[in-house]
Design a protein around this ligand. Sequence first.
Ligand code: CAA
Length: 389
Amino acid sequence: MSVGIDDISFYTSNFYLDLKSLADVHNIDEEKFYLGIGQEKMGIVAADEDVVTMAANAALPLLESIEKDSISTLMFATETGIDQSKAAGVYVHRLLGLSNRCRVVELKQACYSATAAIQMACALVARDPEKKVLVVASDIARYDLNSSGEATQGCGAAAILISANPRLLEIHPESGHYTEDVMDFWRPNYRSTALVDGKYSTKIYLKSLKQAWQHYQEVSGAEFEQMDYFCYHLPFTRMAEKSQSQLARYTKSECSAEQLSAKIDPSLHYNRIIGNSYTASMYIGLVSLLDNAEEDLSGKRVAFFSYGSGCVAEFYTGTVMPGYQQFLHREQHRQLLDQRTELSYPEYLELYNFEYPTDGDEHHFPEQTKGQFRLEGINQHKRIYSVRG
Ligand code: CAA
């Protein structure tokens, strides 16, 4: 029996900042962002949007073609937790109208936890193939203003349905892991922006890639040349290029530079204009690959490198299923991205500086999101979510 991804979709905010605006304000060449880090735009969350509304919006299209009661478990992966105790997925469970018999849990390990969720989901499905597991990864990447990380902000959510006999991608059982206690990127509970040692984080990312690959190769015996496409964790798209050339060098690949690029390029389109979305980034990259690859991907082997600072990394692969094209949400993704509104720098600052009140009084937030679900307000420290009419 094969187990893997039966359906996948993503969501991002309807606002973005073009990095040219940021470059102009900081008086630097925009090509540093467009070429140097490979990012053009970054998604900025509306005041009435958070990881819960983004996750529910991402998951909605997946429920159109299945029985909701077949979902036994909802796993919510995030770095942007909204509560120290309650799993954000419990709100999503209600907004989506899932069964009370569906269990919910939240997972955290920086940008990596969606991959842990997917592996656990595969194990649950292997145990009970009649059931499906919904994995949602949702994050808002925020760094300090004027920091080196500012241009790598973004926001987004990916919803991934794991089932037996999947329609999109079979996940192979072998995977390679790497864990090391390092401080490259972290966010103490009292901070709303991440702390990061930028250059060090890219070094640790590449070291983890090598280590996870080595482990993966030991358990699978697979070779670099057998991988048709790669989806790397995408803090910024240039990171995928650095990763691809490092892995090619390490494995003594004979692929030309063009061949190496061709294996990653289709996975980069969406992230280049959404920005970092931590746990969701690599899976938005997968959606980008499936939606945008020019050739038929049926039977192609896709390699995944998932990285979460701190750090935990994993390398695994999957095979695209024949006929996958008919189950994609390509048009919906295109509309979502095409209908976004560009923010001026002052408008970006206004949204960046918006803070949720912490006084326990009743507060209502301006209606800004165009998504189906919104964060209407906060009352007595409780978040109030609603469905837009
Ligand atoms: N035209 C073209 N390219 C230019 C340019 C110009 N005018 N000016 C500069 N560049 C190039 C530079 O040469 C450099 O290229 P190389 O990497 O090939 O050397 C690139 O643009 C970036 O320039 P800098 O190194 O000067 O950039 P920086 O130091 O200001 O910022 C960064 C880079 C440290 C990655 C920063 O964006 C950052 O801190 N980001 C947040 C942390 C991060 O994303 N880390 C990634 C690994 S950790 C992870 O993956 C987890 C996660 O999601 C956070």
